[in-house]
Design a protein. Sequence first.
Length: 317
Amino acid sequence: MDYISSAEVDAILGKLSPTEPSEFGGEQWLRQYASWSKLNVQAHISSSQNPNFPLIEEFQNERLASLLVRELVLSDVWRLSVMPKIQAKTKRSVKFYFARFQEVTLLNLFELLSVNQHVVQAVGQNSVDLADYCYSKASQLLAKFRGWHEKIGRDEHVDEHCELDLSSCLLSLVILRNLADNLKTLPVSIVSFLLKEKDVLMLLVALIEERPWFRKNEKGREQFVNNRFVQVESSELDAVNIFEAQVWIAILHFFFSEEAATSYEITDYRKNQLLRLKKYLNEVLVDQIPALASLQRSLEQLSIANSQAQVAGSLGQ
């Protein structure tokens, strides 16, 4: 069952165009937001029936893939730079909420599309912007999640915006993982940007330690699922959260990437941070994500080498 017909999909894709910053929130932007929303719903319906749904093929086109990323980044810039000024001067309008929701809509759509390596490759010249966007979102998540946790569910207006912020940051982890899945086919500049300039591995380690997808309550623990916190049942306490799994897999890909092997210096700081992951790599986790066994072995070897170096240093004093 389709939400919109293939003919309407073709018509929508043909009309999509770059939004100028001055047009954001205007009539043309509203029409295009409605189009993105329709595509997002259709993508979710189609993906539940067929992992290789037709829209994935359409977005292997560089015009469409790069346009989607451009609009996503523009939505984020508007939220950070323009929205605070609007909030200070005017009452919230319907347009205001549509503009606020667009970022999550585009993220939802690209999350589904980016599982396909050809879509990721088609982003083209906007790849660095996409990588920077994902890194910035993950950094924002690490910096602000405690405040969001406190506000979600306690005040109607704050709740809504904090949920959107938390949801967009967590969705960016999925896209970051999909980028990590395709490191071998991405331009070397993108991998170098994330690994060396941004040091994304250290950020991912910090996310594993902080686990911002969970929140404690009087009954135990909640996890953020489908844009809201839900109670984690006692029978599910050992189950890996979907966002935690994305971070682990991203760590795995970056750690074993060719760029890491050839030009990522394991300084004492980086080594100590990476070794902090050892305590989480238990049998229960590795059973759920078997690929982590290789990371577990590598960290054991790194730990042994570190211990030997410390002993040698002590003997030399």
